[in-house]
Design a protein around this ligand. Structure first.
Ligand code: GLA
Length: 354
């Protein structure tokens, strides 16, 4: 496994941002940078062995920092997804978080982990290579209690698997929910195609319906008979325009599915298949939920790498996570982290062809 380190750019305050390139024996490569712990590119072979970059984003550091950036490839924290009204309570003490999504808190706030500068350490191996990123989020950052020490390790191996391992510790009771926000397009980010012809399978019998602000109502709704049923491979575009109140509120898919429990630590959560290229991506995770977001807010206002204009549905996200607004939903799996305990999460993205 080859790991190359280069300077990606310099922030206005002089901070140097590094770019790491991991290349495996199949020439599949993963590029990530220390700003936001962001996946900058992911080049994956198609059924003829042709490599294409399958994630949306920018080519230059400056663009990630100064141009509109809907969390391209970034680590999301301290809390991925929404917290209603940016509020939660521990024993009658209320915590107020930054509001950055109407009345709600989204993806860690105004300056979440996607904008943090991560400290990087390379770990080389024969058949796999890793970059371990660490960040200390101070007590009170974006309104969250407790100093949180976070490590996110990205690994690429010779089996074309990208693994992301997250861990965190706190010195005061807090909430944690981490994920990665890559926008995938398995036809190639530069193909100019949208993701509506991709076929998606989700290992989920239930999803969490949301209100107008995409906050879960608390209900776990069965997917059978709804456009949310991805238990069998289904073209994403097949039902996206059906007059369904959940799809209409979100402008497409932007919901959390409940990953079916399996008798192993890494449960199969999703399969994404792009018929023209043959590329397949399987997602396995320790997390109870997966947010499938069909790039509804992309509106042609962003020109990304290779001069591609990102129109609606130019890419999609599969964010493994705990459910949105869990700090205010006692019935949902807990996102509370106590001092002395450790938050851990592992998600793998395995690439193959069909
Ligand atoms: C997540 C959310 C979406 C949107 C995107 C970023 O996937 O669920 O509603 O905020 O992030 O644009």
């Amino acid at each position: 496994m080859k790991i190359a380190k280069a300077v990606f750019g310099t922030l206005t305050d002089g901070t140097i941002i590094d770019l790491f390139t991991l290349t495996n024996k199949n020439n599949m490569s993963l590029k990530l940078m220390t700003y936001g712990g962001t996946i900058v590119s992911l080049c994956v072979p198609d059924r003829h062995g042709e490599l294409e970059d399958v994630v949306l984003g920018y080519a230059e550091l400056d663009d990630f920092v100064t141009r509109p950036n809907p969390y391209f490839g970034a680590i999301i924290g301290r809390y991925a997804n929404r917290i209603a009204n940016g509020r939660f309570c521990f024993n009658d003490v209320e915590y107020s978080l930054a509001l950055n999504d109407g009345a709600n808190h989204l993806h860690g706030g105004k300056r979440g982990f996607d904008k943090a500068i991560w400290h990087a350490q390379e770990i080389s191996g024969k058949t796999q290579g890793s970059v371990a990123l660490s960040y200390v989020s101070t007590d009170g950052e974006e309104g969250y209690p407790g100093t949180l020490q976070v490590t996110v390790t990205y690994t690429l191996n010779d089996e074309n698997v990208v693994k992301i391992e997250y861990s965190a510790k706190t010195d005061k009771k807090t909430v944690v929910n981490l994920t990665n926000h890559s926008y995938f397009n398995l036809a190639g980010a530069a193909s100019g195609k949208d993701i509506l012809d991709h076929e998606l399978t989700l290992s989920a019998d239930y999803f969490t319906p949301g209100d107008a602000g995409l906050i879960p109502t608390g209900e776990l709704r069965h997917v059978t008979g709804t456009p949310m049923d991805f238990t069998q491979p289904m073209r994403i575009g097949a039902r996206i325009h059906t007059p369904d109140d959940q799809l209409q509120a979100a402008g497409g898919y932007d919901h959390n599915w409940v990953v079916k429990k399996q008798d192993k630590p890494l449960a199969f959560a999703a399969r994404l298949y792009e018929p023209a290229s043959g590329r397949v991506m399987d997602v396995h995770t320790t997390e109870p939920g997966i947010q499938f977001y069909s790039g509804n807010f992309l509106d042609g206002g962003i020109t990304g790498k290779s001069n591609r204009v990102y129109h609606k549905h130019a890419g999609l996200c599969l964010e493994t996570q705990h459910f949105p607004n869990s700090p205010n939903q006692a019935e949902f799996p807990s996102t509370v982290l106590e001092p002395g305990a450790q938050y851990i999460q592992t998600t793998t993205y395995s690439f193959s062809v069909m």
